[in-house]
Ligand binder design. Structure first.
Ligand SMILES: [Zn+2]
Length: 688
């Protein structure tokens, strides 16, 4: 049953009317916070009605009347939910946050109504039990297996009191996770370090002075003043360049303690409660720990496989960091800086060593990496690999003036979808970078085209100049974007990035490699004033410095990944004090104090803003194994844009969504299972 179109068009609520904007974009101009609760209620009711029709169908279950219909159901709900979640991340407000708090448990209750619908599950289960006799097409069988697993993992097999308790746990988890992210944002917004006068600006290159001026303006200090916020695009370069050790320390401490202050935004009790609820969830589903539950639906399969991989990086990186520490300590001594060095010194001293050892000054590179040129570079790579063209569309009504839109076309001018880019930091935007969608690709309704969005948090300036790390982030998110755009599957549940969590970072991390290709840099990295190409000498230095400080990068990532696994592997029923647990793990693992952790538990959004990356921070390294090995296929072909390899990559990975088992998809592309060597080599952790 489709929601009644007449009713929709008559609604006073613009979110519930037909979306008639170009490309089927949401009615952003009218998407006021006050419309969402009503729209959600209507959309949830419509989906429940659709599911009841499937569940109570007197005809025996078939793939078409059950799975196919289910995959097509809930279209109103999906579009409202995607619009809301995107706005809540990218352009939030007090009013939208209030809706978010009010809706989180109700949306979770709706998910429960879907997955705990016993009659619906009985039909899916009946089909699943006879799946081998149904002679289904491979993608249909995959959908049946996938959806059956979704239901089982969401509690569909529970009965009686367990079923009720499970629903309550899931609902409370949603509320706690929402509180967790809002607390992090609150702490990020309550901190601003004003830089008063030249003494506080010491060491900052021009681009960073400019960015701190913009930040002061954006945060209401007025013009002609300077400030640094906790946004990574400001905080990380500040920690790299500021010669003021006291200010670096103040900033480093403020970042590390987000979510760990007594008061309304204290995340320590929130995280502890989330852990208790997750353990109860795992218990109800018959797993010994929450990690066991999560890993059962990952490519890794179990915690042992994850710990084995992380250990292969952790120990060599610690040894390597010991050597780097000696070099940095010598540098500190030569600069009359105090020793032993501290966590707020590492980036600063490493930059000095890098500048000397590789004769490479990162701030000298920056004028060659304008945001616009790097967008052109990533589009060019997508063109050369997959034949795509990106045509900017002006005049579309989007949710913020900073957002840009491109129509994506194939070589034959057929339409692939719409790509949106929201690249600048704002106080009402979550930090970090991510890809999302407003609409998924599917074969529904004669073919539904995706609307994909990439978010970054670059400091806005004219022109916006990127660090090379920023460039890699831009390419990373675009890799996810292509995974969403190039999807060519029939069933929405299997489309685009709806793949296993430790596989989803393969297309994104793989795409970063093209940003490091010499010919891409030569063509696109051009000085913003003179338009000169990045000199060959600088490219050599940039490429030579690739493995510099990788031990630090490996440790600051792997530490949190190991702590995540340890935390979620606690047996059900173990109470946790988040701060004490983290301190104890750091001691057990031997986390070097001068390296520290990239994320502390009190603000570790990957783990606590939702279930996606819980017991899953390792996925970046898991996917890096796949990615580093996959990219070597282009090296073996002798060309980073080799057409045959690119065609195989498109078919097996970027367009395949979840239509086949990921290990098999990788094998189809690479001709064998993945090997760990290329990842370790890339990080300089294999002695050759
Ligand atoms: Zn990613």
């Amino acid at each position: 049953m489709k929601p009644n179109n007449t009713t929709l068009n008559d609604s006073d609520n613009p979110l519930l009317r037909q979306w008639n904007a170009a490309y089927g974009l949401p009615p952003f101009k009218h998407a006021q916070p006050e419309y969402f609760e009503e729209a959600f209620e209507a959309a949830m009711a419509a989906q429940r009605a659709e599911l009841d029709v499937i569940a109570t169908n007197p005809a025996p279950p078939t793939f078409a009347n059950t799975l196919q219909t289910l995959d097509q159901s809930g279209s109103l709900y999906k579009r409202i939910e995607l619009l809301f979640s995107n706005l809540a991340l990218s352009n939030t407000s007090e009013a939208l946050q209030a809706v978010q708090r009010s809706m989180a448990p109700r949306l979770a209750a709706h998910e429960n109504a879907v997955y705990l619908n016993a009659d619906l599950f009985a039909r899916i289960d009946a089909l699943y039990q006879q799946r081998q006799q149904l002679a289904l097409a491979p993608q249909d069988l995959r959908l049946l297996e996938r959806v059956h697993l979704d239901f089982v993992r969401a509690g569909a097999r529970l009965t009686g009191a367990d079923r009720l308790r499970y629903a309550a746990v899931v609902q409370e988890l949603a509320a706690q996770c929402t509180a967790f992210s809002q607390n992090v944002l609150a702490d990020e917004n309550s901190f601003l370090l004003e830089l008063k006068g030249e003494a506080d600006l010491a060491g900052l290159p021009d681009f960073l002075r400019e960015a701190t001026r913009t930040a002061a303006e954006q945060r209401g200090l007025g013009t002609g003043r300077y400030a640094v916020s906790l946004s990574p695009s400001l905080a990380e370069p500040f920690l790299t360049f500021s010669t003021r050790r006291d200010l670096r320390e103040a900033l480093w401490r403020a970042r590390s303690t987000r979510g760990a202050h007594e008061g309304a935004s204290d995340n320590r009790p929130v995280a502890a409660r989330i852990m208790a609820l997750r353990q109860e969830q795992a218990q109800l589903l018959g797993y010994a720990s929450y990690a066991d539950y999560e890993l059962a639906d990952r490519m890794a399969g179990n915690t042992t496989a994850v710990l084995d991989l992380l250990a292969q990086a952790w120990e060599p990186a610690k040894a390597r960091a010991q050597e780097d520490r000696a070099t940095l300590t010598a540098m500190a001594a030569s600069q009359n800086e105090p020793v032993p060095i501290a966590a707020w010194d590492w980036r600063y001293l490493a930059e000095k060593v890098r500048a000397q050892a590789f004769d490479l000054d990162n701030s000298a590179l920056k004028p060659y990496f304008t945001l616009d040129n790097m967008i052109a570079a990533m589009f060019d790579c997508a063109h050369r690999l997959f034949g795509l063209r990106f045509v900017e569309q002006h005049g579309l009504a989007l949710y913020h003036p900073d957002v840009r839109a491109w129509e994506v076309q194939r070589a034959d001018a057929s339409l692939v979808g719409l790509f949106l880019g929201d690249n600048f930091a704002r106080p009402n935007k979550s930090s970090g970078a991510w890809m999302s969608i407003f609409r998924s690709q599917s074969g529904h309704n004669g073919g539904t085209l995706p609307i994909v969005i990439n978010n970054n948090n670059f400091a806005k300036a004219s022109p916006t100049l990127l660090s090379f790390d920023d460039v890699k982030t831009l390419f990373h998110e675009f890799g996810h974007g292509l995974h969403g755009l190039l999807s060519q599957v029939h069933h929405e549940r299997l489309a685009g990035t709806s793949v296993l969590r430790d596989y989803v970072e393969l297309p994104s991390q793989l795409f970063e490699n093209w940003a490091l290709e010499r010919e891409v840099l030569q063509r696109h990295a051009r000085h913003f004033e003179s338009d000169e190409s990045l000199p060959a000498g600088l490219i050599d230095k940039l490429l030579a410095a690739r493995q510099f400080n990788q031990a630090w990068a490996t440790l600051s990532y792997t530490g949190p990944a190991l702590i995540d696994m340890a935390l979620h592997s606690l047996p059900n029923g173990t109470a946790v004090d988040i701060a004490a647990f983290e301190a104890e793990q750091c001691r057990l693992l031997g986390v070097p104090a001068d390296v520290g952790l990239r994320h502390h538990l009190s603000h570790f959004g990957h783990l606590f803003s939702g279930p996606s990356y819980a017991a899953g921070y390792y996925v970046y390294m898991w996917a890096e194994v796949l990615e580093a090995d996959a990219y070597e296929a282009f090296g073996e072909a002798g060309n980073a844009f080799d057409a045959v390899t690119a065609a195989r990559l498109l078919q097996q990975i970027y367009s395949a969504g979840n239509s086949q088992e990921p290990a098999q998809a990788f094998r189809n592309f690479r001709g064998r299972d993945p090997q760990v060597g290329p990842m370790l080599r890339k990080r300089g952790l294999l002695r050759t």
